[in-house]
Design a protein around this ligand. Structure first.
Ligand code: PGA
Length: 251
């Protein structure tokens, strides 16, 4: 089944509002010719409005880096789906390994956020991935299975088909160590097999699985050529428009 590629830039905790607007404008210029791929930028919350303005009328979509599952109320520091929608967000990164590692994200909170995001009509980018220790001790499949099953628990096949999954091996994030294209594809095939067990092969075949972890213009082409790699979630290289564009349209 043909899946449209999706490349998303995760800007993490980088850029002030003016820097974000300038970067977004540069991205718009650099990827304007990319017709056959979905392009998303995910700036920090406070810069969403500035970036929404900068990408208006372009082929670049807006994403957020997190969300809270409640609609509103006494949740200091949190932001809801409706708030994100109101500033033009279409995609939400959920369960990034940095959220899991530093901010107490669990499979249960990933699941709540994914459900809230779908209910609001936004597209979740559900992140899964093993640490180096988990990979080396043979726990990788179990970790990917529990993160995938946990994240999708109670979600219908129709909703699951709308989701994007990001496979991000923790040991490859920001380290310069990329999974080989074969390692990435094997993990993607494994994740898709879990989704098949949950939803059947048609739905699993429709879900796009991005690779994330030190993806760069010079390794993007090979990674994106793999059968089950349907895009990328890009950290460091998303902060330079020309590098990001080199992944969106790899040479
Ligand atoms: P990286 O980050 O491209 O800098 O490795 C990817 C991510 O964490 O989404």
């Amino acid at each position: 089944m043909a899946r449209k590629k999706i490349i998303a830039g995760n800007w993490k905790m980088n850029t002030t509002a003016s820097e974000a607007a300038a970067l977004a404008k540069d991205v718009v210029g650099a990827v304007s010719g990319a017709a056959d791929v979905d392009v998303v930028v995910c700036p920090p919350y406070v810069n969403l409005s500035a970036v929404a303005e900068a990408i208006k009328g372009s082929n670049v979509k807006l994403g957020a880096q997190d969300v809270h599952w409640e609609a509103k109320g006494a949740f200091t520091g949190k932001v809801s789906c409706d708030m994100l929608k109101a500033v033009g967000v279409d995609y939400v990164i959920i369960g990034h390994s940095e959220q899991r590692q530093y901010f107490g994200e669990t499979n249960e909170t990933v699941n709540k956020k994914t459900k809230a995001t779908l209910a609001a009509g936004l597209i979740p980018i559900v992140c899964v991935g093993e640490t180096l220790e988990e990979r080396e001790s043979g726990k990788m499949d179990g970790v990917l299975e529990s993160q995938t099953k946990g994240g999708f628990d109670g979600i219908s096949a129709a909703d699951a088909a709308k989701c994007v999954v990001a496979y991000e091996p923790v040991w490859a994030i920001g380290t310069g160590k990329t999974a080989t294209s074969q390692q990435a594809n094997e993990a993607h095939i494994f994740i898709r097999s879990i989704l098949s067990k949950l939803y059947g092969t048609d739905t699993a075949g429709a879900i796009r699985i991005q690779y994330g972890g030190s993806m760069k213009p010079d390794n993007a082409k090979e990674l994106l050529a793999q059968s089950d790699v349907d895009g990328g979630l890009i950290g460091g290289a998303a902060l330079k428009a020309s590098d990001f564009a080199g992944i969106v349209q790899p040479k």
